[in-house]
Design a protein around this ligand. Structure first.
Ligand code: PEP
Ligand code: MN
Length: 261
């Protein structure tokens, strides 16, 4: 049963929603060029990680808040909206200070009710959209609980992102899509926009098209896809990022949903 108080914030005309951008913001030049080329492919909402939740220490953990002025500059130069991940009240404070348009809560934060509650408290009275990624484990209640915590704090522009679930056994997917979970989510919360994240599900470029197509066939509201000007040199998630031109080709190949009944 739906218990969330939502504001309408995405018009039907803008669907499917496409958010694209690098896994991580790396340098001013990388950000500027990636946004430049993505805009040429028609992308109007850019994603980019500033603080990165890496599974093991000693990997690149994001450039941090020095990226925020670069993002502000790219937003005004190209007239795009920008979404970043937040995982602490400090991240929220900084994101708001720099005029970030949308936030997302990552899969490793959604699993932790204390973290989610801290984020919800930091977002009290804030009116920007917040996307909640599914938790790393296939627990729909944690996903819903995170949305409820935000909603109780007054966040009314909510969205959900299906990024797949951790595997123990070998799988072709980096994170198993387990489609029945987002479909159950959709049944319970039809008014919450639901995006698919084929990049973190696939973990490699060649699966991004079939996963994206499956999501559109299942009537998802859109996609969030990683794109980088030089994926082989990317500081994180290099195997799954697409150059902007290839993202444009992929979007052109996607069939919008054809009703079968
Ligand atoms: C990301 O979007 O770059 C990311 C780290 O995602 P997730 O939280 O889904 O692992
Ligand atoms: Mn990534």
């Amino acid at each position: 049963m739906n218990t969330l108080q939502m504001n309408e914030w995405i018009g039907t005309a803008s669907k499917p929603i496409i958010i694209a951008g690098p896994c991580s913001v790396e340098t001013p030049e990388q950000l500027d060029q990636t946004v430049n080329y993505l805009v040429k492919e028609g992308i109007r909402i850019i994603r980019g990680g500033v603080w990165k939740p890496r599974t093991r220490p000693n990997s690149f953990e994001g450039v941090g808040e020095i990226a925020l002025p670069w993002i502000r500059e790219a937003k005004s130069k190209y007239g795009v909206q920008f979404a970043i991940e937040v995982a602490s009240p400090y991240h929220v404070e900084k994101a708001l200070e720099y005029g970030i348009d949308m936030l997302w809560i990552g899969a490793r934060s959604t699993v932790n009710p204390f973290t989610v509650q801290d984020l919800a408290d930091a977002l009290r009275g804030v009116d920007i959209p917040v996307w909640v990624k599914n938790p790393v484990n296939p627990d729909i209640a944690l996903w819903i609980g995170a949305l409820e915590r935000l909603n109780r704090a007054g966040v009314k522009k909510l969205g959900a992102i299906h990024r797949g679930f951790s595997n123990f056994n070998d799988s072709i997917y980096r994170n198993s899509p387990t489609w029945q979970i987002p479909l159950e989510f959709k049944t319970q919360f039809p008014e919450i926009p639901l995006l698919n994240d084929p990049s973190h599900i696939s973990g490699k470029r060649d699966l991004i098209l079939p996963v994206s197509q499956m999501a559109l066939d299942l009537n998802f509201d859109g996609l969030i896809i990683e794109s980088h000007i030089n994926p082989d040199q990317a500081w994180s998630d290099s195997a799954q990022q697409l150059i902007p031109a290839d993202l444009g080709k992929l979007i052109a190949q996607l069939q919008t949903r054809i009703a079968t009944v």
